[in-house]
Write a protein that binds this ligand. Structure first.
Ligand code: CP
Length: 307
């Protein structure tokens, strides 16, 4: 694996190997014996993904090259390709990119001699989110196979929906979708369930944010929670062992009752924590595959206590 772009490129063995490395990294910090520079090029807003990449990079001993699209030469019309080539030219060893285009990586294909990680592509792909979601499910159930998992909400505009549905199916889960009429996605061939049925049959309820910025559907949002979201009443009907997930940011009171965000069944903040470990695993895998680091250039230097 030279770049980390899509869940479509990953075999089950590669996914499981990365998850194992991520688990191993939970209590570890590292030190690079050689300078390694990572550039996080975010052209869309982000809190979790960007900052967990920063933490992952620092825990691996990498130097971050700070970039803010809003005060960069992007404002003078510089393209993603020229921005990426610039970072490569000045010495970046790794690019982490989020961009509003579904297919931004096609502009870079075969044109860079450093690894690229997809941190979000339009409504199409969010493969590192998928990895942290898979790790969270494994920690809970010890498997993915035969679990019943519903992905519920704004399926049409969600890059998480596509990446997760495909990866979960690949690993043997029974995947269902649940959406408001108009939020379905024709290109995802999975059975739909009404939310009332989904909460009773599923082991994992994976909620999605209504992506107001990608459409102008805001009418009736006050009715969304009781009709389609995870209300307190629906939470009571979840299976005893079921868990609640959400990639966040959360629209509290729309896709989920605000009191459920940190309830016993919620793994929402655990997902964020796991984001650091899976990103550490992906970064080291790529840097090793490119020969940028090897066992001699990275020192396990500190064990930290995780709660
Ligand atoms: N889950 C996620 O991608 O969050 P951010 O948009 O804050 O990175």
């Amino acid at each position: 694996m030279k770049h980390f772009i899509s869940v479509d490129q990953l075999s089950n063995e590669q996914i499981l190997s990365l998850l194992k490395t991520a688990e191993d990294y939970r209590n570890s910090n590292f030190e690079m014996k050689v300078p390694v520079f990572a550039a996080n090029l975010f052209f869309e807003p982000s809190t979790r993904t960007k900052m967990s990449f920063v933490v992952a990079e620092r825990r691996l001993g990498l130097d971050n090259l700070d970039f803010h699209a809003g005060n960069s030469s992007v404002l003078k019309g510089e393209s993603l390709y020229d921005t990426a080539k610039t970072f490569e030219a000045i010495g970046a060893n790794l690019l982490v990119i989020r961009h509003e285009s579904d297919t931004w990586y096609e502009d870079l294909e075969g044109k860079l001699s450093i690894p690229v990680i997809n941190a979000g592509a339009g409504a199409a792909e969010h493969p590192t989110q998928t990895m942290l979601d898979l790790l969270t499910i494994y920690q809970e159930f010890g498997r993915i196979k035969d679990l019943k998992i519903v992905i519920a909400g704004d399926i049409k505009h969600s890059r998480v929906a596509r990446s997760n549905a495909i990866a979960l199916q690949k690993l043997g889960a029974k995947v269902y979708l649940s959406a408001v009429p108009g939020f379905e996605r024709e290109t995802l061939d999975f059975p739909y369930l009404p939310m009332d049925e989904a909460v009773e049959v599923c082991d994992v309820v994976m909620l999605l944010r209504v992506q107001h910025e990608r459409h102008d559907y805001s009418v009736g949002m006050q009715d969304y929670l009781p009709a389609y979201g995870l209300s307190k009443e629906r939470e009571k009907r979840l299976k005893k062992h079921a868990i609640i997930m959400h990639p966040a940011p959360i629209n509290r009171g729309i896709e989920i009752d605000t009191n459920l965000v940190e309830c016993k069944k919620s793994r929402i903040f655990k997902q964020m924590e796991n984001g650091v470990y899976v990103r550490m695993a992906i970064i080291t895998e790529l840097l090793k595959n490119w020969g940028i680091i090897n066992e001699n250039t990275i020192n396990k230097c500190q064990t930290i206590i995780s709660n």
